[in-house]
Design a protein. Sequence first.
Length: 114
Amino acid sequence: VQLQASGGGLVQAGGSLRVSCTSTESIFSFTDMGWYRQAPGKQRELVAAISNGGTTNYADSVKGRFTISRDIYKKTMYLQMNSLKAEDTAVYYCSVHRGPATYWGQGTQVTVSS
């Protein structure tokens, strides 16, 4: 499984950005998919996840601002980020689980200027 993340960039506080993660394999084969982020000097944290059945969950810090979704036919997962804050600045990684295995994308930088 290879995951290609894209869509990061520089945005002003209050703005929006969408990051994407495209898989080389059908996303039906994954138990769940998620977005994580890691800010400088901090541990990687779960931002949002979506199960094979479509159930979503979010970190408290992004609830109401971020939306995770997927396009099965494009084999792509998205994270729509609205009302961005400076504290959302991080490298965003996509990850999927299939059975006991975990796969990671290469990360995409999101920088929010205040």
